[in-house]
Design a protein around this ligand. Structure first.
Ligand SMILES: [Zn+2]
Length: 242
């Protein structure tokens, strides 16, 4: 039983050290994530606008070649007007001319709308570019800062992580699950001990009778106030010494 309790406390001590290393990173990981998602969202918007712009430019181009084709037909029709032999031919030709002119004006109108849209999209893209550059520079700095911190503690972290793996393997599966659950719920500390009659996790007094039982180390006890696993101070001292 004592082994079961001491491995749990050992695991807690290793996690405390790992937590301290994590804390050194401060808000940097969060900030980097936040910046990256801001950057991604701007990039997505820019991509969408670029795509729309390209499509508009292509339509403009194809409209222009249609206009060109219609104009050369018009020239042809107008030349043919001088060679008509009867009213019927004349009417047919003027109908063709009207029709072509109508189409030209539709394409021209559409192109002018599209050109305005292209200008609008261009200025939208230009507008966010400085903001995007600023965010990119910002994330570069924060990312580098974070890398430096991670690098400075890399060796220690690797050592602790492999030690943790060894210790975690020695912890009973059910205890490990309890440990993980409490650690998650109470942000960090799952195992506490007793100092000056109080739980080291929540600083609430542990009833004297309970203290005696905990010192007996006959089973797993939890703090009545915070729910953390409570380990005898003797066991804790032994683990800390080792
Ligand atoms: Zn407590």
């Amino acid at each position: 039983m004592i082994n079961r309790l001491s491995t749990l406390f050992e695991l807690q001590l290793i996690d405390d050290e790992l937590d301290t290393l994590q804390e050194l990173r401060g808000d940097l990981p969060l900030e980097v994530n936040h910046l990256n998602s801001q950057i991604q969202s701007i990039k997505d918007t820019v991509d969408e606008k670029e795509k729309e712009k390209e499509e508009a430019l292509q339509t403009i181009k194809s409209n222009e070649s249609e206009i060109e084709r219609l104009n050369s037909s018009l020239t042809k029709f107008k030349a043919q007007l001088y060679q008509v032999r009867n009213n019927k031919e004349y009417d047919a030709l003027t109908k063709e001319i009207d029709h072509s002119e109508e189409k030209i004006s539709v394409f021209t109108e559409e192109n002018s709308v599209l050109e305005n849209r292209v200008q609008g999209l261009k200025s939208d893209i230009e507008e966010v570019t400085p903001q995007l550059d600023e965010l990119l520079a910002d994330v570069d700095i924060k990312d580098e800062e974070l890398k430096q911190i991670v690098k400075a503690n890399e060796r220690e972290e690797t050592k602790l992580s492999s030690k943790r793996e060894d210790v975690a393997q020695k912890v009973r599966k059910s205890d490990y699950n309890t440990y993980t659950r409490i650690r998650k719920a109470l942000s960090g500390k799952a195992v506490a001990t007793i100092t000056r009659g109080a739980c080291t996790g929540c600083h609430n007094v542990v009833p004297p009778q309970r203290q005696i039982e905990i010192r007996g180390s006959k089973r797993l006890f939890t703090c009545e106030s915070c729910g953390r696993l409570l380990i005898s101070p003797n066991v804790a001292a032994e683990v800390a010494k080792a």
